[in-house]
Design a protein around this ligand. Structure first.
Ligand SMILES: Nc1ncnc2c1ncn2[C@@H]1O[C@H](COP(=O)(O)OP(=O)(O)OP(=O)(O)O)[C@@H](O)[C@H]1O
Ligand SMILES: [Mg+2]
Length: 252
């Protein structure tokens, strides 16, 4: 299963949320957080890890057979001190963009034996971002709650939904209700992320918190994970919407 987490602009906390989601994934399947942000990764720097094994190795593995269904995820990842498995990217775009481009050509490697929570960074209408969004079972767009940001989301919403039908918002510190935002931008609000700098710092290895599972950001990430798991399950079990099926020519 592939869960995509991305933004359109700014730095609203995509990498932080992807770590929190993967770290609190509510279902029993194994999970990993994959940095597929073409502008480069942060996790290795934050956690003082080497960048290998990581996304460059995953991309190389994806090349060795264009129709790979599975890949040795252990050989392409490392484990953070708390136990979360991560597939980290080099910190610079020049070293990461090529690897993400390769992954985009064979995104099935992200749908192997583990749930992949993939940080796509800022999605722009390029081939790599589009292909990874299209491959996602469910996608979460992280947006700050300010008006300018939500206007950008509204303008992009229809185009994004053509790439991933199961698309929802995680809005950071919104001043309006979920229903109002949803109505205004045309996407469901799946999470309202609290400002929680201490937990964000904790996820970035920059500070300790007592009882992390009680922190507001972690609780919201866990609730969002439940929504995503439900959404992803319905992707695999729901029959195709009849209107869409007719449009696709699957119904006479
Ligand atoms: N919920 C939050 N509350 C407070 N601060 C946060 C929260 N989430 C993230 N931050 C802080 O915001 C900054 C950006 O976070 P992060 O790197 O996760 O964003 P990003 O969207 O991945 O950015 P980029 O596009 O540059 O990769 C960091 O300093 C992080 O500590
Ligand atoms: Mg990031």
């Amino acid at each position: 299963m592939l869960i995509a987490v991305f933004s359109l602009a700014g730095a609203p906390g995509v990498t932080t949320l992807a770590l929190a989601l993967a770290g609190t994934w509510p279902e029993p399947e194994p999970v990993w957080m994959v940095e597929a942000d073409t502008s480069g990764g942060d996790v290795a720097t934050w956690w003082r890890l080497p960048v290998w094994p990581g996304v460059v190795d995953l991309a190389a593995a994806s090349r060795s057979g264009q129709d790979h269904e599975t890949v040795d995820t252990m050989a392409c990842s490392q484990v953070l001190p708390g136990g979360l498995r991560v597939c980290a990217a080099p910190s610079t775009a020049d070293r990461t963009a090529g690897a993400v481009g390769l992954l985009a050509q064979n995104p099935k490697v992200l749908k192997s034996d583990r749930v992949a929570v993939a940080d796509l960074g800022r999605v722009v209408p390029d081939a790599a971002s589009s292909a990874l969004l299209e491959a996602a079972d469910v996608a979460v767009l992280v947006a700050s709650g300010d008006v300018a940001h939500l206007k950008r989301v509204r303008e992009a919403a229809a185009g994004l939904r053509t790439r991933c039908l199961r698309l929802g918002l995680a809005v950071v510190d919104p001043s309006r209700s979920s229903a109002e935002i949803s109505e205004a931008v045309g996407l469901p609000v799946w999470a309202k992320l609290p400002q929680d700098a201490r937990t964000a710092a904790f996820l970035q290895n920059q500070g300790e918190v007592r009882r992390p599972h009680r922190r507001p950001l972690i609780r919201e990430a866990r609730a969002l994970g439940r929504t995503l798991a439900e959404q992803a399950r319905s992707t695999t079990t729901d029959p195709v919407d009849p209107t869409v099926a007719r449009f696709l020519g699957e119904v006479p």
